[in-house]
Design a protein around this ligand. Structure first.
Ligand SMILES: Nc1ncnc2c1ncn2[C@@H]1O[C@H](COP(=O)(O)OP(=O)(O)OP(=O)(O)O)[C@@H](O)[C@H]1O
Ligand code: SF4
Ligand SMILES: [Mg+2]
Length: 351
């Protein structure tokens, strides 16, 4: 997947538009390094390599789950895709249109892609009614009040909140689950095609979490949406996703269909991560020890493979060569590990 060619000619990209096989979003080389400054003069003393050269596609109508330990760059990636944060480097193509002068504008991309964060009291303006929160973006675009009100009622219905009962309430009058329904309605107000959900169900009780996941599933079918679903909860990602992407220290280490990545993980980090996943079935409990030690500092990541300081298979070559994401035989499942790359020099690599 990482090696798929980028459309060199924007016109060609546009001609490809529309088909279900055209990825909704193509991401190439997405990079963000935060400078670290210290001292009175604010001298630059290092960089946090938060997101480093990510390349992946988001297919139409899919749920792409994103997992990885805290600090691996999931939220930074989401903010870069949303254009809330400026990338050092990236190429984005949305349904065939490259971001830039010749294709889709930043404003239009922001309309087509919306984000839902973890529920918190800060996520909704406490002084605005629910109806105003949901309708705000449409009002800002100059839409007449009565049209916005009708749209708000439709969205409230869709997210399971009776309009007459909820439209005049304030955020503090709602439960966490109801507030998250409002956040989802607000994200849908401008009729986006892609939702980026960053820990969107993480703050909820398990029973409410299940209701919101069901709601997301039915909204996706009704409105033909595509999701990028970021979560630290591997069980939730397995439940909701079609494909999943595993990140480690700012890079993708594995990506592929959920059943393949969960059923036959190829990267030692993915295996360790999945081994630490709680299972309710004692027969499925694994004897593989969960991953040990803290991830290294992203200010100074290890040379070569970033996972080598925690990898039981690390060899000398792993410090000299950074493995790139390469498709396995079937093409859908890609992994960045020298053990999977023929001729890499790793003793376990295929000849
Ligand atoms: N504005 C910033 N300035 C400097 N460093 C930053 C900034 N934002 C994020 N980082 C760093 O970038 C790295 C990635 O952070 P990010 O929040 O994207 O991780 P995450 O995978 O979303 O973690 P979590 O699971 O805890 O939400 C971290 O080391 C973080 O400290
Ligand atoms: S490239 Fe080497 S260190 Fe990295 S995951 Fe593979 S075997 Fe481990
Ligand atoms: Mg985060």
């Amino acid at each position: 997947m990482a090696d798929a060619p980028l459309h060199a000619d924007p016109a060609a990209a546009s001609r490809d538009r529309g088909g279900p096989l055209q990825p909704l979003l193509i991401v190439r080389g997405l990079t963000k390094h935060f400078p670290i400054r210290s001292g009175l003069m604010g001298r630059r003393t290092g960089v946090v390599q938060a997101v480093d050269d990510l390349s992946f596609d988001v297919m139409k109508g899919e749920v792409l789950g994103v997992v990885g330990e805290s600090g691996c760059g999931k939220s930074t990636m989401a903010r870069l895709l949303m254009q809330i944060l400026k990338a050092d480097r990236h190429e984005l193509i949305f349904d065939g249109d490259p971001l830039g002068h010749t294709g889709i504008t930043t404003a239009e991309l922001r309309r087509q892609m919306q984000m839902v964060f973890q529920d918190s009291h800060a996520s909704l303006n406490p002084r605005m009614t629910i109806a105003d929160c949901i309708g705000f973006a449409r009002r800002m675009r100059g839409e007449p009040r009565n049209m916005v009100a009708a749209k708000v009622d439709d969205l409230l219905e869709r997210v399971g909140l009776t309009p007459a009962q909820y439209r005049h309430r304030y955020p503090h009058e709602l439960s966490g689950g109801q507030r998250q329904r409002v956040n989802i309605a607000r994200a849908l107000a401008l009729e986006p095609r892609l939702l980026i959900l960053d820990e969107a169900v993480s703050a909820l009780d398990k029973s409410i979490e299940a209701q919101i996941l069901n709601l997301l599933n039915s909204l996706k079918a009704e409105l033909k949406l595509t999701y990028v679903f970021i979560s630290h909860d591997l069980n939730v990602v397995e439940y909701i996703s079609d494909r999943m992407m595993v990140m480690y220290l700012g890079r993708i280490v594995e990506i592929g269909p959920v059943d393949q990545v969960y059923g036959d993980p190829k990267h030692p980090y993915t295996r360790a991560l999945l081994a630490s996943k709680p299972s309710h079935d004692p027969r499925k409990r694994t004897l593989v020890p969960p991953i040990t030690g803290d991830p290294p500092n992203p200010i100074n990541p290890p040379s070569g493979c970033r996972f080598r300081t925690r990898c039981e298979f690390a060899e000398g070559v792993c410090g000299q060569m950074a493995p790139t994401l390469k498709p396995l035989d079937n093409g859908d499942h890609s992994v960045a590990c020298l053990m999977q790359q023929p001729g890499s020099g790793h003793s376990r690599a295929p000849i």
